[in-house]
Design a protein around this ligand. Structure first.
Ligand code: NDP
Length: 500
């Protein structure tokens, strides 16, 4: 990449950043979303062939904000996985396999509408099972999940236009394995394109967050989806391996950690099964001195503290041009002082619960490593709830590029700040990672934005914004962030046999 050299402007002098007094003047009254009208069962089974099947050793799903058990689900052994794959194969060979695209479109559309009609309930379920703030599940997860079904409804009867002059066919039974950070949204990302392209599937939610997939199964059945088209089995990683190994599976669509993604890739080698991997990330946000800094700070905060930082495309590295570094740090410190950490069901909460004890321990361990490596920690000095798992929004300055906090995916509300002098150095530092999923660029200059974006090795690059998602836009990574794209026309091809 070459970026035309330009004359260096006189460095912008950091103006004193006034303190925001907002949080000091008054306290918010609690505004909890009412969850008392929900009636959770004590136990939920697997969803196979259109019915809930209670078979396997039961294990609990825990509310991360309280540590209390919400309900139990059974672990799918090899027999249950086999039953689910057989149901999916029968559905493929049955009426579903002959259903014209326009009929699949109607079903997808109905599912999208059912999600919208039940949005409030789904948002509450997601929040209690996952720990994310209700504001996010209500305004991001649920609307985007619906949007994925509605978008793919539009494609289902137009596939021949998406792949003109090609012969296309569904792959067969897709095994979808999803993580706990966006349970409903990831289910929608996997189910909607698979159905639009005529496949059937077996989905495994993360063992710690199966609730919205269970409710989605009910909604899909109400929408008239034939039995066996979508099957949902519960369990730990071992259940995922059973799906990966099953000979009746044609493709694995996986979202999760790079470590497990690699393991799956090794297991599938030579099997002939198709694979798409959407894995970890260590996305860089690059702030140039000509950027609108207030806007950039909002994007930085959203990029790392959204969903407690449990986001594969989080902007977890911040690269700031040296001339505005002090100003950005002061503004950032100021801004995080206004964040509210606490009850995820409270509509005023910005940062909810860390999803599990194991994840909290991982975050704490990496933060300790940052302190030991000599980085300077800046942390919101708020009180944390007595119950549940929480972590204060944190960022580090004086971060060594070789330190673990600069290189490893923390998957928590922790940002590593570094500086740069020239666009070339910014690009070099941003690309100095084994990942390649996301990046953000903040600048007033359109030409600079496009030049830098073109030089970044990241699947998604946002310009003067961050965390913008659209089902029409392909999402995926390079290097250890995985391969294959989800969304858009590229996402459809991952579920089809396309022959010229
Ligand atoms: P995993 O990659 O272990 O989990 C993702 C999904 O894969 C879950 O459904 C999991 O089941 C399943 N799984 C686990 N092991 C196997 C296996 N051997 N074969 C097939 N499927 C398997 O992520 P974790 O939840 O354990 O989180 C670990 C770390 O990964 C986090 O700390 C975070 O850094 C990163 N992560 C990254 C994500 C991303 O989107 N980039 C998403 C989630 C985590 P089960 O839930 O039962 O473990």
């Amino acid at each position: 990449m070459t970026i035309a050299p330009r004359k260096r402007k006189a460095a912008r002098r950091p103006s004193p950043v006034p303190k925001l007094l907002f949080g000091d003047l008054w306290e918010y009254a609690p505004a909890p979303e009412r969850a008392d009208s929900l009636h959770l069962a004590d136990r939920y089974g697997h969803f196979i062939d259109g019915a809930f099947v209670e078979r396997g050793a039961w294990f609990p799903s825990i509310n991360p904000a309280t540590g209390e058990t919400l309900f139990e689900v059974p672990e799918a052994d090899a027999g249950v996985v086999d039953e689910a794959v057989r149901a999916a194969r029968r559905a493929l060979a049955g009426p579903w396999g002959r259903l014209p695209g326009r009929e699949r479109a109607k079903l997808l559309y109905r599912i999208g509408r059912r999600i919208q009609e039940n949005a409030r309930e789904l948002a509450i379920l997601e929040t209690i099972d996952n720990g994310k703030p209700i504001r996010e599940s209500r305004d991001v997860d649920v609307p985007l999940a619906a949007a994925h079904f509605l978008h793919h409804a539009g494609w289902a009867d137009k596939l021949e236009y998406a792949f003109p002059a090609a012969r296309i066919a569904p792959l067969g039974v897709v095994g979808s394995i999803i993580p706990w950070n966006f349970p409903l949204l990831m289910a929608a990302w996997k189910i909607a394109p698979a159905l639009a392209t005529g496949n059937t599937l077996v989905l495994k939610p993360a063992e710690t967050s199966p609730l919205t997939a269970i409710r989605l199964a009910e909604l899909m059945r109400e929408a008239g989806l034939p039995p066996g088209v979508v099957n949902i089995v519960h369990g730990p990683g071992a259940t995922g391996e059973r799906i990966v190994d099953h000979p009746g599976i044609a493709k694995i669509a996986f979202t999760g950690s790079t470590e497990v993604g690699k393991r799956i890739q090794r297991r599938l080698a030579g099997s002939g099964k198709r694979l798409t991997l959407e894995l970890g990330g260590k996305g860089a946000q690059i702030v140039f001195e000509d950027a609108s800094l207030d806007q950039a700070v909002e994007g930085i905060v959203d990029g790392i503290y959204f969903n407690q930082g449990h986001v594969c495309c989080a902007g977890s590295r911040l690269l700031v041009q040296e001339s505005v570094l002090d100003t950005v740090i002061a503004k950032l410190e100021n801004r995080i002082a206004t964040l509210r950490v606490g009850d995820p069901l409270d509509k005023n909460t910005d940062v909810g619960a860390i999803h599990s004890r194991a994840q909290l321990e991982k975050i704490e361990e990496l933060v300790r490593s940052g302190i030991e490596a000599g980085a300077k920690m800046h942390q919101l000095g708020c009180e944390l709830p007595e119950r549940g798992w929480f972590f204060r929004p944190t960022f580090f300055t004086e971060v060594a590029p070789s330190s673990r906090i600069a290189r490893e995916e923390i998957f928590g509300p922790v940002l590593a700040v570094q500086s740069f002098r020239t666009p070339e150095e910014a690009v070099r530092k941003a690309n100095d990672t084994r990942y390649g999923l996301s990046a953000g660029i903040w600048t007033d200059k359109g030409s600079k934005l496009f030049a830098v974006a073109g030089a970044l090795r990241a699947g998604v690059v946002w310009g003067n914004s961050f965390n913008r998602f659209d089902p029409a836009s392909p999402f995926g990574g390079y290097q250890e962030s995985g391969f294959g794209r989800e969304g858009g026309r590229q996402g459809l091809s991952a579920y089809l046999e396309v022959r010229p």
